[in-house]
Design a protein around this ligand. Structure first.
Ligand code: PPE
Length: 307
């Protein structure tokens, strides 16, 4: 990761190296942070942030779920992210807003732990490798499950939740896979460690519902919108594990992963073992919008003025 110049902290810009917290901050022991991942794309009309409002809303939703008080409004945090990209003079980047419980009392019950808000950005390339978008990735079904309902709130994008994601991702990596797909506690397909999943068979697209312990992905929502616009039926439904093995196509969605084809699951080829036609069509529709080649017909892009 190449450092950028500035990080936003509680309302003002500080130098990258100054963005520090105390080791006894509540978040370090107890995982009490919520965060986002947002991409800013280099379009012909300058840098533009993809679905900034939805990401910022989910950030505040995550804080609300975990009872973390935040004194900034949605609008203020959106403006600050635009300003962040502008002052760092980046054309394209990944933005990481983090809200955390800071330094104060110790103990699980937060007591006098001030909320700290940081907004950072940097250039982040292809999440699952350069080749992934065209060729697809080899993945496994994880031996780890996603959290059961009423254990950890899956709708919240919280630091602590990612302890589960780390187990899934490290195991997959150790075993030679790009990513792991986690099942829910009921044995049904949930999502990747950092991506939502879509399964295609006979021209229909299937994806697990919010009740499957998934993060409500903003890329997921975008792809559902683009698929319906293209007249491809999308069904949110329970997906049994073996459906992965007989799918015609599978792809992941996520801010970091964008739209990444899956070419095998547990070494069983998905369809022909290459990126399929519906995946390619939706990838093109997605990148045409985010990279500014197509009209921004859903108002997904927030332009960043020149520095
Ligand atoms: N599920 C999980 C568990 C998840 O972490 C992400 C994003 C998604 C689904 C897709 O959500 P969305 O980005 O709104 O489409 N994962 C972020 C963090 C990745 C990381 O390694 O850090 C991301 O893609 O930015």
């Amino acid at each position: 990761m190449t450092p950028t110049e500035k990080i936003w902290h509680n309302g003002r810009f500080i130098a990258w190296d100054e963005a520090r917290i105390h080791v006894l901050s509540h978040v370090v022991s107890y995982g009490s942070s919520v965060f986002e991942g947002v991409r800013c794309y280099d379009t012909q009309r300058g840098p533009a942030i993809f679905r900034l409002r939805e990401h910022t809303r989910r950030l505040l939703d995550s804080a609300k779920i975990y009872r973390i008080p935040v004194s900034y409004t949605l609008e203020e945090l959106m403006e600050a992210q635009v300003e962040l990209v502008r002052v760092n003079r980046l054309r394209s980047c990944y933005i990481r807003p983090i809200i955390l419980r800071g330094y104060g009392g110790m103990g699980v019950l937060p007591a006098n732990n001030p909320t700290e808000v940081f907004l950072a950005c940097w250039e982040w390339g292809k999440y699952l490798g350069e080749e992934a978008l065209a060729s697809g990735v080899d993945v496994c079904v994880s031996s780890w499950n996603r959290m059961a309902p009423n254990t950890f709130p899956a709708l919240a994008k919280a630091g602590g939740n990612y302890i589960n994601s780390q187990l899934i991702r490290m195991e997959a990596h150790q075993d030679g896979y790009a990513e792991g797909i986690a099942l829910g506690p009921d044995g049904l397909v949930s999502e990747g460690s950092g991506e939502n999943i879509f399964v295609i068979r006979d021209g229909r697209i299937y994806t697990p519902p919010l009740s499957a312990g998934i993060l409500p992905g903003i890329t997921r929502d975008s792809i559902v919108t683009l698929a319906r616009e293209a007249g491809i039926p999308v069904v949110e439904t329970d997906i049994p594990r073996e459906m992965l093995y007989v799918a015609d196509e599978i792809f992941f969605t996520g801010t970091a992963a964008e739209v990444t084809p899956v070419r095998s699951v547990d070494r069983i080829p998905v369809g022909s073992g290459r990126r399929g036609p519906i995946t390619e069509q939706l990838q093109r529709a997605f990148f045409d919008i985010v990279e500014g080649r197509a009209e921004d017909r859903y108002g997904w892009l927030t332009p960043v003025p020149a520095a």
